[in-house]
Design a protein around this ligand. Structure first.
Ligand SMILES: *Cc1c(COP(=O)(O)O)cnc(C)c1O
Ligand SMILES: [Zn+2]
Length: 407
């Protein structure tokens, strides 16, 4: 097991604390000797209940290492009924990552990364965050007994997420700028002070935990779906799911690959622009803007990996407006009872356009990744909804209102 540069292929020891290639400054990824791993995946492995750690043979953490865990993964895969006929896709699923311990998929990678950090002797873990990474870092850092530092941008940060970080004892530092600047600063900080261990998704161990999303989808469906639609923020998650799929293919556990479709918000869509221009890397946007704060990122750190996932899988990238995001979020909740945060609704919001453009057909089996729980950021939708009705506490008035509303 090694760390390998995705550009120049230079390799590093798996225990070296390093976030970018020393030769060319590009992203790193964990590579395995899959032939050896294949032998470990006997039939008993199939019966272990779903969780991130079910896939330990495919994770960069040895069995003798103490895990920092809150039981992440094993999230529900819902088949949609009403929404799928509304949108005219026969086999449509939502993988609800809001089921994770802190309410987003970030917990998958955080468990692996904090476990690794602890085993390497790190005492301070730190990240830049739009909210969910900080919530996850704070919880896992608490679990692992480590000091935890979070840099967040000023302005719109969802209060649900911020409260999680603060309650779990992270030192929350607000920087007078946006997420991209926070990431720049925290990377410099960890480069200058080696005792600060960086857990943003340029850290390849984050991707390793997140790739279990792919494994779980295969395990839950029993086969490979035609396409997987993922919101893109810093671009780690779509890269992770694709890496997971490729590893399962190489191990002979599946015999085809899904198409990866990435979705961004209109005001924050550098990866979509790169895709439409057939480029291999995104160009930075200076002032990203969207109500979906989790994907309000102008310079996605893993854009190269994400674009490779999209091109190699013959996938696609699309943008959606804030209005479409809100509609998607409300329809999913109203028709299926699944309340996700705005960023997490972007794949659902993109479906109509993707069908109209012929990117997906109504016969395709589609899995949308709902990345985080709606309770993290309830204000965005409630601002668009009618206020609760106010009536006197007598039965006639109440009955009148009920009859009105039900019509
Ligand atoms: C982090 C996050 C994203 C974006 O994922 P990336 O890996 O940064 O592309 C999307 N939705 C939610 C809810 C998130 O927390
Ligand atoms: Zn390199």
């Amino acid at each position: 097991m090694l760390l390998k540069c995705i550009n120049c292929s230079y390799t590093y020891d798996i225990d070296k604390i390093i976030y970018l290639c020393e030769k060319c400054n590009d992203l790193l990824e964990v590579v395995y000797d899959l032939d050896k791993i294949g032998n470990k995946l006997d039939s008993t492995w199939k019966n272990i209940p779903l969780s991130v750690w079910k896939y330990q043979p495919l994770l960069p953490i040895d069995t003798n290492i103490d895990r920092v865990t809150l039981s992440e993964g094993g999230t529900r895969l819902h088949r949609l009924n009403k929404f799928s006929s509304f949108i005219n896709i026969k086999n449509l699923y939502v993988k609800n990552e809001g089921d994770n311990p802190t309410g987003s998929f970030k917990d998958r990678g955080m468990s692996i990364t904090v476990t690794k950090a602890k085993s390497l002797g790190a005492s301070i873990i730190a990240c830049a965050s739009t909210g969910n990474t900080s919530a996850s870092l704070a919880a896992y850092g608490a679990r692992g007994g480590m000091k935890r530092i979070v840099l967040i941008p000023t302005g719109k940060v969802a209060y649900g997420k911020l409260s999680q970080a603060m309650v779990c004892g992270a030192k929350v530092i607000q920087i007078e700028s946006n997420f991209d600047k926070c990431l720049e600063v925290i990377m410099e900080l960890s480069a200058n002070f080696p005792d600060i261990y960086l857990v943003n998704s340029i850290n390849p161990f984050r991707i390793e935990g997140q790739k279990t999303l792919a494994f779980e989808i295969i395990d839950q469906l029993g086969h490979v779906p035609d396409c997987i639609i993922v919101p893109i923020g810093n671009a780690g998650n779509i890269s992770a799911i694709w890496k997971g799929m490729r590893e399962f293919l190489e191990l002979g556990l599946i015999d085809k690959l899904p198409r990866m479709i990435g979705v961004q918000a209109e005001g924050s869509s550098p990866v979509v622009s790169a895709f439409k221009a057939k480029k291999m890397e995104a160009t930075k946007i200076l002032k990203p803007d969207t109500i979906a704060t989790a994907i309000r990122i102008g310079a996605p750190a893993s854009s190269k990996k994400a674009l490779r996932a999209i091109y190699d899988s013959k996938g696609y990238a699309e943008r959606v407006s804030d209005k479409e995001i809100l509609e998607g979020q409300m329809n999913l909740a109203k028709l299926e009872g699944i309340f996700v945060e705005p960023a997490s609704a972007s794949p659902i919001a993109a479906l109509k356009k993707l069908i109209r453009k012929g990117i997906i057909s109504s016969d395709d089996e589609v899995v949308c990744i709902a990345t985080g729980n709606g309770l993290k950021d309830p204000d965005v939708v409630t601002n668009f909804l009618k206020k609760p009705l106010e009536v006197k506490a007598d039965l006639t008035s109440i009955k009148n209102v009920i009859d009105d509303e039900m019509e």
